[in-house]
Design a protein around this ligand. Structure first.
Ligand code: ADP
Ligand code: MG
Length: 732
């Protein structure tokens, strides 16, 4: 390794970093001091808004009541002063278009005063609505390009925040993004609509079981655990595949990777910990309650998880988590990879989305309490989730379908592509009791004796954990584990809310009918037991408590008639189903047109992603791999002829040269054929195109990779043009 080599520099950054300012410049203020300081949260609003205006906003945030536009001027004026005091010069309507990332267009607060000076301005109107030129955002056919109008509409339930970069401060106003006709062009609008739907239906169940409950709204709550990789940035910039596609398109295994399970929960490497702390510090300032950090299974893989929040805010905050990890890492010479499968052969990254329902008075409706067997209200909510997931498993699968996740789902590290529910021993036992009559008892875990005198006995949960299930009940919430690490969790949450709203609605209707105009607790108990029995009988096929990674489960699931969509296009086709369109329409979450546009966008994104990957492979192969291999081939040929010229037998070298030359030729042929396959894709619509990419292009990429990886294994290390897996995964 010469001191000109990029690898030399990468190795040196670790040392440089340790001396750098970044390391000594670690946050000096405490978490409590900085938490939320960049947000226009309720505490700031209480201080700065007239009392009546604050009350109005508070009731919008806490009870979902509509905000009177008349108070917008007062809020805008307080917001502007606060932002400017913190150094802001610009504001932006921050929104989440269907690209998967967030979007912003900045405007300054200035307004010429007509006398050669300026005043600053942020009116109520400017707060409430914006009109970015929307023509370059995906609309999936909702809008023609000549109809460029799109509107952003302020979401008062999610706090405004300041984005501080080196010399700029921008006020970000969370907004929804809709077309001229009011159709959703973003991820927030359907989520907010779904939250309304599930709230309405949950309140009906509460009215039945807990009259006088006093709740005005039921919120869906969410906490998303984010997995990610951190690698040295020098290596990242030397890998066109990582920079353009987020994953390594070539690369042979490192001799050691995760076989020893020694990374998971291990001590966090210094540089990584410094980077995590800096990211957490930024997130605290933005009011994002990040809580947990640890090493994940694969070397160079980590996780960050927040405390749960209202789904809408959790989604906004999750976007900030992803953006912050990405923007902070380079300060430490690191690159954050959010792709689902950056490296072949080691675990990829997912995002576990924890979900529950809670009243505005703080009651978690999925908390089973102690006497679960007699807690009929809980059992009705539970049964509604089971029913919803069984009725709409293919739809749920579709919400996590992207090009990256295709490498994970069903690949024995992540849940399979078959959606099923894990309930655990305690609930499974109650469900069995229900089927045979009235449940009489709740299984308890008891105490766990640790066998050593000095260790206190600890309470044991009523059931063990299951890490393999895609949709698991985990004590007082469900955990949807099939989400993709790079995706926004908005879409899965909107779907869970919608399908659960449907089941709650239909179950509430049956119960209301059964108890009639004069309900009594006895009537309600009888009606609920009958209903629960029926729901469980019809939908218990979705419950599976065993190991979801096994082949037996795949067979068993097929017998039960559960869908197993391995490919993204196949999974996305669920969005075409009539019952799916019907449920979105009925609960006013997405119109048929809006749904169709989403299908088109997701299918197109998949095809485009694969096309970019294929093109990147072709370029890499032609511009880097084949030239490097040819250099090595020349060296080999020279060695053979030099050896033979002095009369020494070189037949082994000659044989190797022969095989190596064959690999180069194969690489060239497969590259040409990948190019031909890619350019030959023509299909009638987006989904059909996505299918062609999946069926024709992906296998052609696979064949090329196999040969190139074989070449890598036989090429002199100093000639191989790309940083290898060992370097990327192990240089901490
Ligand atoms: P793990 O899944 O690793 O065991 P935890 O059980 O601690 O981790 O929780 C994971 C995530 O679930 C956290 O983000 C946590 O805030 C979130 N969570 C906990 N309770 C709820 C809830 N009622 N609703 C939504 N998310 C929740
Ligand atoms: Mg989890």
């Amino acid at each position: 390794m010469t001191d000109q080599s990029p690898r030399f520099h990468a190795v040196n950054t670790v040392a440089e970093w340790q001396e750098s300012e970044t390391a000594s410049n670690m946050p000096k203020r405490s978490m409590t001091d900085v938490f939320g300081e960049l947000t226009f949260n309720q505490r700031v609003m209480r201080e700065r808004l007239p009392k009546s205006v604050f009350k109005e906003v508070q009731s919008t945030i806490e009870q979902g009541s509509p905000l009177d536009p008349k108070v917008a001027d007062a809020i805008a004026s307080a917001l502007k002063s606060w932002a400017i005091e913190h150094g802001a010069t610009h504001y932006t309507h921050w929104f989440q278009p269907l690209t998967g990332s967030t979007a912003e267009k900045h405007d300054s607060f200035i307004m010429p005063d007509g006398q050669g000076g300026i005043v600053t301005e942020l009116s109520g109107d400017m707060l409430i609505v914006g009109e970015p030129d929307a023509s370059s955002f995906p609309s999936g056919g909702v809008r023609q390009t000549f109809e460029a109008r799109g509107y952003t509409a302020w979401d008062p339930t999610s706090p405004c925040f300041l984005r501080k970069k080196s010399n700029s401060v921008t006020l970000c106003i969370p907004t929804a993004f809709v077309s001229y006709t009011g159709e959703a062009l973003d991820k927030k609008t359907p989520l907010l609509r779904s939250m309304d739907a599930v709230s309405r239906q949950s309140l009906r169940i509460l009215d039945l079981f807990s009259p006088g409950h006093g709740a005005k709204r039921v919120f869906s709550t969410a906490g998303a655990e984010q997995e990610y990789f951190l690698i040295d940035r020098h290596f990242y910039v030397l890998r066109p595949d990582l920079t353009l596609t987020g994953r390594t398109l070539f690369g042979t295994k490192s001799a050691k990777d995760q076989q020893l399970d020694d990374h998971y929960f291990g001590a966090i490497p210094d540089r990584v910990l410094a980077c995590m702390s800096a990211a957490e510090h930024e997130l605290y300032r933005l009011g994002v309650p990040v809580k947990t950090r640890h090493n994940e299974v694969s070397p160079a893989q980590y996780e960050i998880a927040p405390v749960f929040e209202t789904a809408n805010i959790a989604v906004d905050h999750q976007m900030l988590v992803m953006e912050t990890l990405k923007s902070v890492a380079p300060r430490f010479g690191l690159q954050c990879l959010l792709h689902e499968k950056p490296f072949r052969g080691v675990n990829g990254s997912g995002k576990h989305v924890n979900w529950s329902l809670a009243t505005n008075t703080g009651v978690n409706l999925l908390d089973p309490r102690d006497e679960t067997h007699s807690n009929l209200q809980f059992l009705v909510f539970l049964a509604a989730v089971i029913r919803a997931v069984d009725l709409h498993a293919p739809l749920l699968r579709a919400t996590v379908a992207n090009a990256g996740n295709e490498h994970r789902l069903g690949a024995n590290e992540a849940p399979p592509a078959i959606i099923s529910i894990f309930l655990g021993d305690m609930l499974t036992d109650i469900i069995e009791q229900l089927q045979n009559g009235t449940p009489k008892s709740t299984k308890r875990g008891g105490q766990l004796d640790l066998g050593a005198n000095t260790l206190v006995d600890i309470p044991r949960d009523a059931g063990d954990r299951n890490r393999t299930s895609p949709f698991a009940f985990t004590g007082n919430k469900f955990e949807f584990r099939a989400c993709a690490s790079s995706q926004s969790v908005s879409w899965p949450l909107a779907v869970i809310n919608t399908i659960v709203a449907q089941s709650l609605d239909e179950m509430a209707t049956e119960l209301e009918k059964a108890v009639g105009a004069n309900p009594t607790p006895a009537k309600l108990a009888t009606a609920s037991k009958t209903l629960l029995k029926k729901v469980i009988k019809e939908h218990k096929r979705i419950i599976f408590n065993g190991d979801n990674y096994t082949d037996e489960w795949v067979e068993e699931a097929a017998k039960r008639g559960l869908a197993n969509s391995r490919s993204t296009p196949e999974a996305l086709s669920a969005l075409k189903k009539r019952d799916v369109a019907a449920v979105f329409k009925k609960y006013k979450v997405l119109s048929n047109h809006e749904l169709e546009s989403r299908l088109n966008i997701y299918a197109e994104q998949y095809a485009t992603q694969i096309a970019i990957e294929a093109d990147t492979m072709i370029q890499l192969s032609r511009q880097q791999i084949v030239p490097a291999a040819s250099r090595f081939q020349t060296q080999l040929a020279q060695a053979v002829s030099a050896t033979e010229s002095v009369g020494i037998d070189a037949s082994d070298q000659r044989g190797f040269l022969d095989r190596y030359t064959g690999l180069i030729a194969q690489t060239m042929r497969l590259t040409a054929s990948l190019q031909e396959t890619t350019s030959g894709v023509h299909a009638s619509d987006e989904l059909a195109t996505a299918r062609r990419f999946r069926e024709d292009v992906v296998p052609a990429m696979e064949s090329l990779r196999e040969v190139v990886d074989e070449l890598e294994r036989h090429t002199a290390d100093d000639l191989w043009p790309l940083p290898n897996y060992r370097e990327m995964l192990f240089l901490k």
